[in-house]
Design a binder for this molecule. Sequence first.
Ligand code: ZN
Ligand code: FE
Length: 255
Amino acid sequence: MALEIHQFPCLSDNYGYLIHEPKSDLTATIDTPEEAAINAELAKKGWRLTHILNTHHHFDHAGGNEALKARWNCTIVGAAIDKDRIPGIDIALREGETYRFGETEAEVIEVPGHTTGHIAFYFADEGIAFVGDTLFVLGCGRLFEGTPQMMWESLSKLMALPDSTVLYCAHEYTQSNAKFAVTIEPGNAELTARRHEIDALRAAGKPTVPTTLAREKATNPFLRAASVELQKTVEQEGAPLWEVFGETRRRKDKF
Ligand code: ZN
Ligand code: FE
């Protein structure tokens, strides 16, 4: 692995991520949920901030951009579509474009739905992706700006990555997501087992993030629109998968 990843909790339920490439001495923060926490973690590691990689414009993701740029003079990379909403953006990228980060590179995947300009950063060589508020452990982001069709297409793009891909999500929402997931697919044994594992991790004060694409495909109701049991629960048997997804999302909103 060319990258070292440092994960830390911040705000009430966000995760901050610093990614560091020792060879080039580059360090990026994935989003800027909390300026002070990011500076404290940088100091702890002895790293200088050279980049900000933004997944989307929400305040708990881009709120620290300007203060961090003022302090570190770092380069801010974000979505071209959202260049007017990402404070201080320097490099604006579109679907499929890559950003070279030292020896490795990040591919931009446009994943609209939670916001219309949301992107994920996929480091193919490392087998990791930073998915922001698009996909959570056993959950997905709320549809603040996009439609169910749009979000389903975005999730389908993530599902097309290798199963072994390690997914870094921006929030620890897992326990409440799990409560909902078991009501939608009560017969999914892997999900039931996973719920117990999650409760044990949280009771021990440990994060449930990152996850892998394989585990999410097997247990995350928002990736499981093709499941017959799930389709029955949400009363969408044989419906287009985006509609099954949309109804699952609506039920979670009311849960
Ligand atoms: Zn958000
Ligand atoms: Fe968020």
